[in-house]
Design a binder for this molecule. Structure first.
Ligand code: SF4
Ligand code: SF4
Ligand code: SF4
Length: 272
């Protein structure tokens, strides 16, 4: 029964967040929202334990589609980074600010970049592309993420400074246009660099939060050096080029790990 603790713990954590936000914000939406996400993730972890090959993709679709279609398009909540800046500037601790606090700022201290592996609706589409394992060496252009980060901040700040009316409506359209752009750039880069996750590695502004916070993550893949035979298979299957046999937090591309478990699944010695 011990192996079923992780999905149970995951559900308990999300239910705690769900009930706490429901009661403190007096809004039943939070109970529904975090219960749904917690159930989806727990189900995915359970399916992984049961060795269902597509467990991660299943969760990605359950959570990603819910956030993109229900929250983003139907409920008109901009959960992109512009939405985060917007709610932050208005001083409202709602929707996008809560989402960022849980999934992208404080959550990574606990579960690293689990968001990127199991919930992001951008990667949900990119992961369907053919280059699941990068076919070309990594480029040194990760600095682009700071430019996209700055653009998103300046865009929202300019709307506030110019006292533009009906920002809510602009935020909705920013969400639609932003997502179309993300998908277009993501697909082009994936084919250009022969790497599905090129967008994540070089462009995504959210990694400016995710990378430093996940450095301290409690949940990490570790290598049992006594079992490892240095075959290198884990590094060959890693979509994010992580040097996973190095157990230090400073390991190469350590803050890129999306906890996809491909290395664990492929290790012939169960060393990870
Ligand atoms: S790096 Fe960005 S685009 Fe990629 S999975 Fe993470 S949040 Fe999504
Ligand atoms: S796949 Fe396993 S045995 Fe091979 S290098 Fe990685 S951890 Fe070691
Ligand atoms: S293959 Fe392993 S090291 Fe690479 S991203 Fe997935 S879980 Fe992390």
């Amino acid at each position: 029964m011990k192996k079923y603790w992780p999905p149970v713990m995951m559900l308990v954590i999300f239910e705690t967040v769900a009930v706490t936000l429901w009661l403190t914000k007096n809004n039943i939406f939070y109970l529904f929202n975090f219960s749904y996400i917690g159930l989806s993730i727990s189900l995915g972890v359970f399916l992984y334990i049961k060795e269902y090959k597509h467990a991660r993709r299943f969760v990605q679709l359950l959570v990603g589609l819910y956030m993109l279609i229900y929250l983003g398009i139907i409920s008109r909540e901009n959960m992109q980074i512009e939405g985060f800046w917007y709610y932050l500037f208005t001083g409202v601790f709602e929707a996008a600010t809560i989402h960022y606090a849980v999934a992208k700022i404080f959550g990574p201290l606990l579960f690293g970049r689990g968001w990127c592996g199991y919930a992001c609706w951008t990667a949900m589409v990119l992961d369907f592309l053919p280059y699941k394992v990068p076919e070309k060496p990594r480029k040194k252009i990760g600095w682009i993420r700071y430019i996209t980060f700055a653009i998103s901040l300046v865009f929202v700040a300019a709307l506030f400074l110019a006292k533009v009316g009906n920002i809510e409506r602009i935020m909705f359209w920013a969400f639609i246009v932003g997502n179309i752009l993300y998908y277009a750039i993501g697909v082009i880069l994936a084919f250009a660099f022969k790497d599905n996750r090129a967008f994540c590695k070089y462009i995504c502004p959210i990694t400016v939060f995710l990378k430093p916070m996940s450095y301290f993550s409690l949940l990490r893949i570790k290598c049992d050096k006594d079992k490892c035979i240095s075959c290198g298979k884990c590094k060959r299957v890693c979509p994010m080029n992580v040097d996973v046999t190095d157990n230090s937090r400073k390991r190469e591309n350590g803050t890129e790990c999306i906890l996809c478990m491909e290395c664990v699944r492929n290790c012939p010695k169960d060393a990870l």
